[in-house]
Design a protein around this ligand. Structure first.
Ligand SMILES: [Zn+2]
Length: 168
C-alpha cells in the first residue's frame, strides 16, 4: 500500500518544513541520489540536506545504501524514498491518535463536569467544583452540571472510524 503525494508532502512538511518538502519531491523523481545532487537540484545547503535526510531516516521515510567509490576509496551514500514505510509511519500516527482519543473518552466517562456558561471559562471537574463550592474559579458565577454525552458520542464515533481505518 502506498500513500498519496499530498500525504507524503504533508508529512515532509511536519518533519522538515518547506525544505523537507523540496527534498522529498526530489527523492520522488530520483531514486538513489546523493546528498550533493539533492543539494545541487534544490539549492539547499549540503549540511541542511543531510540533517533533514537523517530526520526522515529516523522516521523510516527514507533509506540509504553506501558503496565505496572505486577512484577515491571514499564511501558514497545514496538515498531513496520508502513509500511502504511512509504508510507504516501514518499507521503509527493513527495508533497514537487512537490511544489519545481512548484516554480522553475514558476521562469523559468517568468524570462529571461543571460549567458556568461563560464561553471563555474552562470546564471544571466535580472535584474542583467541590473545592470552590460550585462557583466558577475564573468568573465566580455559579456552576451547573454539564452534559457531556455529545462529546462522548463524538469520541466514540471517531474511535470507531479510526479502528476501522486501521483494520483495512
Ligand atoms: Zn466562569
Amino acid at each position: 500500500m502506498s500513500v498519496s503525494d499530498e500525504t507524503l508532502y504533508n508529512i515532509a512538511k511536519v518533519l522538515g518544513g518547506e525544505q523537507g518538502v523540496e527534498i522529498i519531491k526530489v527523492l520522488k523523481e530520483n531514486q538513489d541520489i546523493t546528498v550533493e545532487n539533492i543539494s545541487a537540484i534544490t539549492n539547499i545547503q549540503i549540511n541542511d540536506v543531510r540533517k533533514l535526510l537523517y530526520k526522515f531516516y529516523n522516521h523510516s521515510l527514507v533509506t540509504s545504501k553506501r558503496f565505496r567509490d572505486k577512484e577515491t576509496g571514499w564511501f558514497i551514500f545514496q538515498w531513496r524514498l520508502q513509500p511502504e514505510l511512509v504508510e507504516a509511519y501514518i499507521q503509527g500516527m493513527k495508533q497514537k491518535i487512537l490511544k489519545k482519543l481512548e484516554t480522553r473518552l475514558e476521562h469523559e466517562k468517568t468524570h462529571e463536569f461543571y460549567h458556568c456558561g461563560n464561553p471563555t471559562c474552562p470546564r471544571i471537574t466535580f472535584e474542583t467544583a467541590m473545592d470552590t463550592v460550585f462557583r466558577c474559579p475564573t468568573c465566580d458565577e455559579s456552576l451547573r452540571r454539564l452534559d457531556n454525552s455529545e462529546c462522548i458520542e463524538f469520541l466514540e464515533i471517531k474511535i470507531k472510524e479510526l479502528k476501522e481505518d486501521l483494520n483495512t
